[in-house]
Design a protein around this ligand. Sequence first.
Ligand SMILES: *[C@@H]1O[C@H](CO)[C@@H](O)[C@H](O)[C@H]1NC(C)=O
Ligand SMILES: *[C@@H]1O[C@H](CO)[C@@H](O)[C@H](O)[C@H]1NC(C)=O
Ligand SMILES: *[C@@H]1O[C@H](CO)[C@@H](O)[C@H](O)[C@H]1NC(C)=O
Length: 302
Amino acid sequence: MDKRWALVSVVLGLLVMAGPAMGKKEKMCDKGWECRGPSVYCCNATIMDLFQVYQFENLFSKRNAPVAHAIGFWDYQAFITAAALFEPLGFGTTGGKQMQMKEIAAFFGHVGSKTSCGYGVATGGPLAWGLCYNRELSPNQDYCAESYEYPCSPGALYHGRGALPVYWNTNYGVIGEGIKVDLLSHPEYLEQNATLAFQAAIWRWMTPMKKKQPSAHDVFVGNWKPTKNDTLSNRLPGFGATMNILYGDLACGQGFVDSMNNVISHYQQYLDLMGVGRQFSGDNLDCAEQLAFNPTGKTAST
Ligand SMILES: *[C@@H]1O[C@H](CO)[C@@H](O)[C@H](O)[C@H]1NC(C)=O
Ligand SMILES: *[C@@H]1O[C@H](CO)[C@@H](O)[C@H](O)[C@H]1NC(C)=O
Ligand SMILES: *[C@@H]1O[C@H](CO)[C@@H](O)[C@H](O)[C@H]1NC(C)=O
């Protein structure tokens, strides 16, 4: 009899002790400049702990080659400075070490693919040329759409710029509001300041484009539960859905097209280079059969 009571009280004692740690209570901690204040992600490893300068150099080994188009622009410190703003929100700090590294590889998979000047016979292979550009070189239109909310600023040009290239006044407007920098008046900032360029790209990765829709981050790290509609549209958690969110039907729902395959190839290359390995790419890697969250052209970058 006595023994049983003792057992019960031990169990209760454990529950009480485990309570606060298991709940969703925000942690307060201060782990250097990356993470100040309350956040459930604080105390977890930071991006700098898992992804160091030599890895950045491995991923983007050709970015300062003589034929590259943004020599000297992109660097590790700019990425880390920008990422630090989003680590308290879960960027690169969600899940355990493997998920954290995978998210960095996934984010950079998009960036590498969109800023590459690699082609079939390029030295080092076509996947070695990420961060070759920081802007669109020969825009063939002015990307100024009529908008009440984000009217084009006189003299400003809204061609592609940045790490996940931003096109159109409306997208510069939305993202500028998001990162609290007047990109509508100064779209050129994204080709002048690599920290801002990464900040804009990570904001895009972390932010749902519409109410009730997930962000690329959410679908990748497992924060998102597909609705019945999503399932009927073949939208499932994984890397594939990140392409759906960032490019919609420009990459998804078209079968195995280059625009999709190229992003996947970069992601997998980076998984290998970071030592995670492409065998951990995760389920639902492609979006070949997915219907777009937001059909036709209007989903920002590409
Ligand atoms: C922090 O890291 C641990 C293990 O490394 C992980 O289980 C946990 O989910 C992480 N915290 C958050 C909020 O993702
Ligand atoms: C680039 O942008 C960052 C973030 O807004 C800012 O702190 C920094 O001073 C800028 N650098 C330059 C050279 O303007
Ligand atoms: C589900 O999809 C149908 C048909 O595409 C649409 O009419 C409906 O509004 C969607 N429901 C939700 C909750 O999104």
